[in-house]
Design a protein around this ligand. Sequence first.
Ligand SMILES: NC(=O)C1=CN([C@@H]2O[C@H](COP(=O)(O)OP(=O)(O)OC[C@H]3O[C@@H](n4cnc5c(N)ncnc54)[C@H](O)[C@@H]3O)[C@@H](O)[C@H]2O)C=CC1
Ligand SMILES: CC(C)CC(=O)C(=O)O
Length: 914
Amino acid sequence: MAASLQLNCKPFTPLLLHSKSASKRALKFSTVRCSAAAPSKSYTITLLPGDGIGPEVISVAKNALKLVASLEGFEFKFKEVPVGGAALDLTGVPLPEETLSTAKGSDAVLLGAIGGYKWDNNEKHLKPETGLLQLRAGLKVFANLRPATVLPQLVDASTLKKDVAEGVDLMVVRELTGGIYFGKPRGFGTNGNGEEIGFNTEVYTTHEIDRIARVAFETARKRGGKLCSVDKANVLEASMLWRKRVTALASEYPDVELSHMYVDNAAMQLVRNPKQFDTIVTNNIFGDILSDEASMITGSIGMLPSASLGESGPGLFEPIHGSAPDIAGQDKANPLATVLSAAMLLKYGLGEEMAARRIEAAVLDTLDRGYRTGDIHSASQKLVGCKEMGEQVLKSIDSKVAAAVKVGVSMAAPETDLAARTDRVRSVWIGGDKASGGDRLQQGQTDGLRFGCWWHRRDSADCKAAPQDSADRTTPDETEPSNNEEEDVELQLRGGSAIQLGVFEKSRFVFTQDGVRVSTTKKGNNNELPKISEDDPKSPITPGEEVSFSNTQVWDAKYHFDALTSYVNHQNREMENRLGEQLAQLAEQIGSLKTQSTEAQTVQGPPERSVELQVAVERQVEPQGAVAGAAAQGRAAARRPQLPPERQDNDFGPESDDREEFEDNFEHPRRGDCRDRPRAPYRLGKEETLDATIIRYIEGMNPDIACEVELRDFSSIKEMPSSRNPSSSTPTEATRRRSPPDQPARRFDRNAPQTGCRPESMLPNQPRPPTTRPNQAVTMPNAAPARARDIQCQECQGWGHFQAQCPNRRVLFLSDQNELESASEDELEQAKGNATNEEVPIDDVESVEVNPDAPIVSLVTIRSLSINRTKEHDHQWENIFYTLHDGRLNTYTVKNNGRTCILKPLAPKAVAED
Ligand SMILES: NC(=O)C1=CN([C@@H]2O[C@H](COP(=O)(O)OP(=O)(O)OC[C@H]3O[C@@H](n4cnc5c(N)ncnc54)[C@H](O)[C@@H]3O)[C@@H](O)[C@H]2O)C=CC1
Ligand SMILES: CC(C)CC(=O)C(=O)O
C-alpha cells in the first residue's frame, strides 16, 4: 500500500482551496511533465460509484485523475466495485466483502454516493447507507475533513448576502466512525407502556475524542490557528466528555485559539457570520449536519469535497452530497465536489500535491470561464450538464492556464467599447516604433504562464515623429515569446487599476510556485533606454552595474501579476473575449495605417478563451492604394479632437467629500486596523473582485502624492481652438501660464471642494458616461492637443488627462520657464480665465532642465502601486514614473517625493531623426 496516512508525520497540509495558508502558493506550475514520459509510479484506486448521481460524478473525476496522472508522470490502476444500492442489487448486501477488501488493498478510495428511493424501506442492515457506514468503519477513517470555501467565482451563488459569504474559508473536522451513527444500544422496541420506540446511543470514548481533537488542532494550526469545538455539552453527557477532553488537549497546542460552541448556536452562527470560523471540530452527526449547512454558504452542496482519513490504510474520498435521486440520470449533477474530492485524494491520500493543484486550478479555471451546472448557475453564465462540465475541467487541466493571453488583452485595452471608438485608435496601446519607444512587444514565457512586455507608445499622433529608418527595428520573429534576456524590455503590467511600469534592462522573469521573480542585469548601451530615476530607491539600476531586484520589487511584480490575473480571470473574462476580437480588428486598422507588412501583427488564441495580440509596427511608411485611403481616414480620425462634455463631473480627490461618498458607496473589504482586516483575497491565493482591487489601490495611495499628474510642455505647442467656444479658432500662445499676482500658484489642494465625483467612473468595468458631443469636426492645427483639458481620458471619459490609469488624474504643467504648476481641471480653467503675465515660481520644484531645442510633446506620467508584504500587513505605496515623450527619445524622469517633484533629465540620448 503506497500511501497510508501517518497523521503524526503528515498532518494535513491544507490544500490550496482549503487553506488559510495558501497565499504562498499560486496557481502556477513551474514544470509541465511530458505526458509521453513513462510513468514512474502507479497507484491503485478503488472506485465506488454507488447510486444515483454517483456514477455520473465518478466518471468525471476518474477522467480528471487519469489526465493529471499522465501530466505528472504517474499512472492509476482503477478498480471499480459496487457499494450501497448497486451492491444490494448485485449481491444482496450493501457492502460486499470483496468491495471492502478491494478498498483496503488500494492506495485510496473514491466514492460517489449511495442511497435512493428504491431501498428506502429496506431493513436497517439492508440499506445502502449501512454499507457506507460499514465501509467507513472498515477502513477506520475516523477523521472526516470537510472544507467549505466560498470561491470568488461563486460568491453570487451563495444563498447568503455577498458580504457575509465572501471570503468564507472554513474546515469542518467531523468525527466519522463513532457517536450516534455507531453507538450501541440501538434499535427498535417497546417501552413500558407497550409503545413502539426507536433508540440510538450517542457514545464517545476518551480515545475517540482525543484522536479527532488532535487532528483538528493540527488542522487549525496549519490554517488560521482558530479551532471551535461544537457540542451540546449543556445537555448531553457525551458532549460533556467531548468538551472536557478537547479543553484538556488544548494545552498541547498553545498556538491554537480554542473556543467552544453549542451546536444550536453554531448552526445559527454559520449563517449569521460564517467568517468567524476557521476550523470546526465536532462529532459525527453534528458534523454531518453543519457541513451540509456550510455547503450552501459556498453556493451548493455540489461543490464540497471531503477526505476521510485514518491512522493507516487508504483514505476514503467522497463529495459530501448524497445520491441526489431527484436529478439522477439526467446529466444535471455538479461533478465538482467529486473532482475536488479527487484532488484531496491526490493530496492527502497519495501525497501528489502538484497533481492536486492541477485539478484545483482547473476547477477554478472552468468556473472562470463561466461554466456552471444548474445548482450554481446564474444569469450570464454557461449552463452545462455534468458531462460537459467534466469536459471543460479536462480542457482546463490540459490548457495549463495560459495567463499571458488574457494579460495581453487586458493590458492593451481595459475598455469596454473599443468598437465604437475606432476613431480614437491613437490611444490604444499596441506598440509603436522602436525609436519612439514603441515597436517591440516582448513576451516572457514559462510553463503555463506568460505575460507580455510592451514597449508602449501613447498615441498614434506620435507616430509622425517616428523615424523612417527600420534598420534597428525588431522584426516580428524577434517578438516571439521567449525569455530572451538580451532584450531590453519595458514591462508594463496592468491589473485592474494597478499599474506597474518599470524600465528594466536585460530582465529575467522567473516564474515559480511563489509567483513571478524578476531580476535584471544591465545590458549594452544604457542610453538606449529610458530609465527609472537612479534616485528612486525602487530603481537600483545604475549604468554599468549588474543588479537584481530586491524583494520589494519581486513582490511588487508579484502583486501586480496577481492583481492582473485577478482582474483578468474574474472580472473581465467575458469582456475580454469580446475585446480580443475588437482589439484584433483594431490592430488591423492601426496596422494598415502604420505598417507596410501584416507580418507584424499576430492575433492568436482560441477566440472563446482569449486573444493574444501582438502588434509590432515595423516601419513608418506611407501606405499605398486602398491602405493609403484607410490611413488617411485613420489619421483624420486620430486627429479629430474629442470634445469635452459640458461639465466635468468626475474629478476625484483623495481626501475630498467625494471620496467619503465614494467610500460610503462601496463595501470596504479592508477597514480598520490592518491586522484585523481580512486580508485581500489574493493573499490567500484567491482572486479578488475588481472593486476590491481598486479600493485597496485607492486606500493604499499616499495622499500626498495621490494626485496623478500629466506634465506637458507648452513651449512648442499651440493652443487648440476651444471646443467650448468653437468660434475662437485662433490659436493662442499658452507657453506662459501665470497666475494673477493676488493668487498663489494653483496646486493640488486636498481641502478644496472637488467637482462632483462619480465613483463608478473609477471602475473600468462600469459603463462610461457617454460623451455628450462626440467627434465633432473641429479644425485644429496639425499638432497634438495643446491643452490638457482637450485630451479626453480613455478611462473615465473625462477631460484634461488621458490614459487608462486615470482615475481622474490631475494635471501638472511644465512651462518653458521650467516651472511646474499643479492644478485641477477647474483650477486650470479658472487660472486660465485669470491669467496675467506674472510669473509665479513654484518653490518645491527642483532641478528642472529641459532642452529648449527638443520639441517636447509631453511628459507622460504613470502612477503605480507598490506593495510590500509582511506577515501582518501589506505596506503599499505609490510610485509615479514620468517619461518624457518627445519623439526623440529624450527622456526625463521625475521623482515624486511627497509633494516635491524633481524633474531630472537623464543622459542625452542618440536622437533619432524624424
Ligand atoms: N455520502 C453519501 O453517499 C450520502 C448519501 N445520502 C443518501 O442520498 C440520498 C438522497 O439524500 P438527500 O437527503 O436528498 O441528499 P442529497 O445530498 O442527495 O441531495 C440533496 C439535494 O441536493 C441536490 N444535490 C446533491 N448533490 C448534488 C450535486 N452534485 N449536484 C447538484 N445537486 C445536488 C439534490 O438534487 C437534492 O436536491 C439518500 O438515500 C441518502 O441517504 C445522503 C447523504 C450522503
Ligand atoms: C448516508 C449516511 C451513511 C451518512 C451521511 O449522510 C453522510 O455521512 O454524509
